[in-house]
Write a protein that binds this ligand. Structure first.
Ligand code: NAD
Ligand code: ZN
Length: 227
């Protein structure tokens, strides 16, 4: 299999039952994600923000990877994902770069330690650090925060060296990860997009597959044979 790098977003997990932020079912108590996934919202009301994350963790804990996750795992591609749900790992992908973090990890706002937490539901809301009893936050990147540099650098190296850069089910790629498809293209890769709707990536894509993730990945795997 030629070198392939995959960038995925919320669309790849939609069929597993995890709503995209802009899709139906994404709302919780009439709050928009943009009102909750921010440092300001957490400062004002950590309990409210954690109640939302607790709800999302419960929802995600009941889901399974779908065929798109599984097919991508079978071809041994490196996956860069904007998702925080951990479904690529559960489908068996070994190398997953998560620039947005992971909903099953927490970070202490006092001592800074980061570790896994799989409590569903949470034992207390907001949860406290097991080392220092400080206030924990989800180890995910919020609106207005920057993406971790090490993950970005690794993603950029991958984009520069791959032959095919596949983007699946993502609309708003957060800057500077948004540049990755362009970097890949500049370095000679073919850019392929799978999304039922048009996105800014569609304009630069060499191949656009206007399908949902599962059918799209199936079609892509057939196309790959001809690339
Ligand atoms: P988004 O909600 O902005 O966009 C979703 C994209 O998926 C859209 O382009 C839509 O056309 C496409 N889509 C919808 N259903 C699809 C399907 N069945 N198959 C393929 N594509 C489909 O999501 P985003 O751009 O990925 O990211 C926004 C932010 O939301 C990110 O920061 C991400 O961390 C967060 N988020 C994560 C999850 C998750 O972890 N599963 C879920 C929702 C949001
Ligand atoms: Zn601590």
């Amino acid at each position: 299999m030629m070198s392939l790098v995959v960038l995925t977003g919320a669309g790849v997990s939609a069929k597993s039952g995890i709503p995209t932020f802009r899709g139906e079912g994404g709302l919780w108590r009439n709050f928009k994600p943009e009102e909750l996934a921010t440092p300001g919202a957490f400062r004002r009301n950590p309990k409210l923000v954690w109640e939302w994350y607790d709800w999302r963790r419960q929802l995600i804990s009941k889901t399974q990877p779908n065929k798109a996750h599984k097919l991508l795992a079978q071809i041994n591609a490196v996956i860069i994902t904007q998702n925080v749900d951990g479904l690529h790992q559960r489908a068996g992908t070994e190398k997953v770069i998560e620039p947005h973090g992971n909903i099953w990890r927490v970070r202490c706002t006092s001592c800074g330690k980061e570790y896994e937490n799989y409590d569903v539901p949470l034992r207390e809301v907001p949860p406290k650090c097991k080392f220092c009893n400080g206030l924990l936050r989800p180890a995910v990147v919020w609106f207005g925060e920057s993406l971790p540099l090490d993950a970005l650098e690794e993603a950029e190296r991958l984009a520069m060296s791959c032959k095919v850069f596949l983007v699946v089910g993502t609309l708003e790629i957060v800057y500077p990860a948004r540049l990755l498809p362009f970097v890949a293209k500049q370095h000679g890769a073919k850019v392929v997009e799978i999304n039922p709707e048009s996105t800014p990536i569609s304009e630069i894509a060499d191949i656009v597959i206007r399908e949902k993730a599962i059918v799209g990945v199936e079609k892509f795997l057939q196309e790959m044979l001809n690339l």
